[in-house]
Design a protein around this ligand. Structure first.
Ligand code: OAD
Length: 440
């Protein structure tokens, strides 16, 4: 995967946007318009998406994290009990993030491959939240979804590839980390589902490494690797955003987390999450071990930027209606349902979700059918081989019998009549067997 490594501060500096052109529209009562009284809510955000509202957000940018996929059965990373990092004890890692650390992977790749077996796409379906993104696209309101997720569920929800930025890569492609040669999906899937470490199948690579080949890894961005070029190429979208939806992320990993502050200073932002994260003046935990690489040694530092849900940074003369950030606490699927309800999109959202899930079921069904057909073909082949073996062995017996008969005839034990019928032969063989017979 082509990549580029930029330190966090470089990125934040680069993204600082001047007030003015291309940003969100100027509003006299905060971004919410004259009808807003008091602090904004999810309902205020929904109004910005309504076609009959003066604002009419048309360049919605979404920043998504693992929380949007938990309802499909994929654990997030940092939730205290259910998160992936809390459940990695059996891998004996030096620190949880090591499972996605490129240096650790080079040394001990088995842990990653064992985990990949559980996370590999194919077993999961998009959630209502993924479908809400697709709905935004269908309603011509979506500019881009930046996702940290590697599960490809945005694609499965039907979002076109050019609407998605997979900031941390995905399982969709894989390559040798040594010769960079891409391997087929089928090949890597076989390795992953068998929980096996994958080594490059290229002969040239195997020759150069003395037989085994380089390690093959899905194009997921590991700690210590650069983000994909596409991430940097799409950064300008943030400047164009007229509504930022941040959903299901702890905003613990840079440079992704800094995107929250890359939008225009008046762009309304909503966080749909189980907990408050990414707030200004809060202390960033910085995570453990390998995260220092992304945080550039800023563990425990005070955030100078981030969400301001309380209006701490507002000038004294501005009322709560000027707050631009909204925190909606809860499961994101319920949050998008509420947004959809406010917008009169409930039916659209559920129909979309149903259709997508049905399509995936059908596809899995046909794959399952194909698998069953393959299995029954294999069984039929085994049967055929077994039958062929039995026939061969019977023919073999028959040859022995004929041979015996001829030898008996030669020995003149067949009454001198030269009978060579099968019945005669069998009887003669039985006679010979009973008498101890000649060794064949
Ligand atoms: P985290 O696990 O760090 O954060 C998930 C957030 O979603 C937490 O704040 C949860 O409370 C919240 N959450 C969980 N379920 C939710 C739900 N149903 N509705 C709403 N919120 C929910 O995941 P990310 O922020 O995505 O890197 O993690 C960022 C990166 O760290 C990942 O991309 C990964 C990891 O190391 C790589 O894979 C390279």
């Amino acid at each position: 995967m082509p990549s580029r490594s930029l330190p966090t501060y470089h990125l934040i500096g680069k993204l600082k946007t001047p007030m003015g052109s291309g940003g969100a529209k100027k509003a006299s009562h905060g971004p919410w318009g004259p009808g807003q009284s008091g602090a904004p809510t999810l309902s205020s955000v929904a109004k910005l998406l309504r076609d009959d509202h003066a604002y009419q957000a048309r360049n919605v940018v979404v920043l998504a994290g693992a929380g949007i996929s938990t309802a499909s059965g994929i654990p997030d990373f940092r939730s205290p009990k259910t998160g992936l990092y809390a459940n990695l004890k059996r891998y004996s890692l030096p620190y949880p993030e090591a499972i996605f650390d490129i240096d650790y992977f080079r040394e001990k790749p088995q842990a990653f491959f064992t985990l990949s077996k559980e996370l590999y796409p194919g077993n999961f379906k998009p959630t209502l939240t993924h479908c809400f993104f697709k709905l935004l696209e269908d309603k011509a309101k979506l500019l881009r979804v930046f996702t940290q997720n590697i599960d490809t569920l945005e694609r499965l929800a039907g979002l076109p590839a050019d609407r998605i930025v997979e900031a941390h890569g995905s399982f969709a492609t894989s390559r040798c980390i040594r010769c960079k040669e891409e391997v087929s999906q089928r090949w890597i899937k076989e390795k992953v589902t068998a929980g096996q470490v994958a080594y490059c199948p290229q002969e040239s690579c195997q020759r150069k490494t003395g037989g085994q080949g380089g390690l093959v890894k899905p194009d997921i961005v590991f700690f210590g690797e650069g983000l994909p070029d596409r991430f940097f190429a799409c950064l300008d979208d943030l400047k164009k955003a007229d509504l930022l939806i941040v959903v299901g992320t702890s905003l613990q990993v840079q440079p992704f987390a800094s995107l929250v502050d890359a939008v225009h200073p008046s762009c309304p932002r909503i966080l749909l999450n189980l907990e408050r994260v990414g707030e200004i003046a809060s202390y960033g935990s910085g995570g453990a071990g390998g995260l220092d690489r992304f945080f550039g040694g800023m563990r425990g530092a005070m955030n100078e930027k981030g969400f301001d849900f309380e209006g701490w940074t507002l000038p004294k003369d501005k009322g709560k209606e000027h707050i631009r950030d909204v925190f909606w606490e809860g499961k994101c699927d319920e949050g998008v349902e509420e947004l959809a309800r406010e917008l009169g999109w409930t039916e659209d959202l559920h129909r979309l979700h149903r259709d997508i899930c049905r399509k995936i079921d059908e596809e899995n069904g046909s794959t399952e059918l194909g698998k069953q057909q393959d299995e029954s073909l294999a069984r039929a082949q085994q049967e055929a081989e077994k039958t062929a073996d039995e026939v061969t062995s019977q023919l073999e017996d028959k040859r022995h019998s004929d041979d015996l008969a001829h030898r008996l005839a030669d020995l003149d034990v067949n009454d001198g009549k030269g009978e060579t019928t099968e019945q005669a032969t069998v009887e003669q063989v039985e006679t010979l067997k009973r008498s101890g017979g000649p060794s064949l």
